[in-house]
Design a protein around this ligand. Structure first.
Ligand SMILES: Nc1ncnc2c1ncn2[C@@H]1O[C@H](COP(=O)(O)OP(=O)(O)O)[C@@H](O)[C@H]1O
Ligand SMILES: [Mg+2]
Length: 259
């Protein structure tokens, strides 16, 4: 098994701005770690370090025991913003994932084409990104990430820009896909339901400078349809994540109560 992610003592400053403080993250091969926290707490910064795109000011980041610092391409990385190339049609956009790994263009497109149906994109190979819905564009971007054939996928708010219904559908679909491919995934999200549907662990971060303030193990059975999140076991986890995200709010909600 490969795809173990290990971050130890990670710290980062942008100039005078401390962004991350002593972050430890361990993800076992084939597991999904969901990072959740307020905007600006450093979630994307962690993924950029794991993606080899940013040298942290402190700490280590390794995949399978080898440092990824300064070495892009060891993991499949799906950045936060919509990053399809507007001047490429859907198929060549997806194929870029294999091309960056040195696969010749024709072979890369063959591999991409073979997966279009699995990604619910059959018939849209020649569409321009502007002709696709938001959900379809994100599936093209995911397909591109899968085609890097790296055992670790870094997904930065993959469904953040989508409406709730589309997002819910895609969460179920992504959970199936991950189960099928066996990827190790570090998923950044600000959606607790998404974290609980997909995560084996939910790592809750503090406001900037981001630290991990809670690790919640999600033992809910899979598959986890949206309806599973209203079961008592899930709502207990949700309450814990909410309390960890905003400890002040949790105590404030019980005036007079001492903990
Ligand atoms: N290249 C950069 N230069 C300076 N500040 C940055 C840079 N990238 C991010 N930041 C700042 O670092 C903080 C954390 O950013 P980010 O990791 O994107 O947060 P998140 O993804 O949790 O919303 C933010 O305050 C952001 O403005
Ligand atoms: Mg971000």
């Amino acid at each position: 098994m490969t795809g173990r992610v290990s971050i130890r003592g990670l710290g980062h400053r942008f100039g005078d701005l401390p962004v991350l403080d002593d972050v430890d993250v361990e993800v076992q091969p084939g597991e999904v770690a969901a990072l959740i926290g307020p905007t600006g707490c450093g979630k994307s910064t962690i993924l950029r370090v794991l993606g080899g795109l940013l040298r942290p000011t402190a700490g280590t980041a390794e995949i399978d025991g080898v440092s990824v610092v300064g070495t892009p391409g060891r993991a499949g990385y799906m950045p936060q913003s919509d990053t399809l190339m507007p001047w490429y049609r859907a198929l060549p956009n997806a194929a870029l994932g294999a091309e960056v790994r040195g696969v010749p263009a024709a072979e890369a497109r063959r591999r991409a084409r073979a997966l279009f149906a699995r990604f619910g994109l059959a018939g849209f190979e020649d569409s321009w990104p502007s002709q696709l819905s938001g959900g379809m564009r994100q599936r093209v971007a995911l397909l591109r990430t899968v085609l890097t054939e790296a055992p670790v996928m870094l997904l930065d708010e993959p469904f953040g820009a989508l409406d709730a219904i589309t997002r819910g559908d895609l969460q179920g679909w992504l959970a199936e896909l991950i189960a099928e491919t066996g990827h190790t995934v570090v998923l950044v999200t600000h959606d607790i339901d998404e974290a609980l549907r997909l995560g084996d662990d939910v790592l809750v971060m503090s406001p900037r400078p981001g630290r991990i303030v809670d690790r919640v193990r999600v033992e809910l059975p899979r598959p986890r349809p949206a309806a599973a999140l209203v079961e008592p076991a899930a709502t207990r986890l949700k309450a814990r994540v909410l309390a960890s995200l905003d400890p002040g709010d949790a105590t404030g909600a019980r005036p007079g109560g001492q903990t």
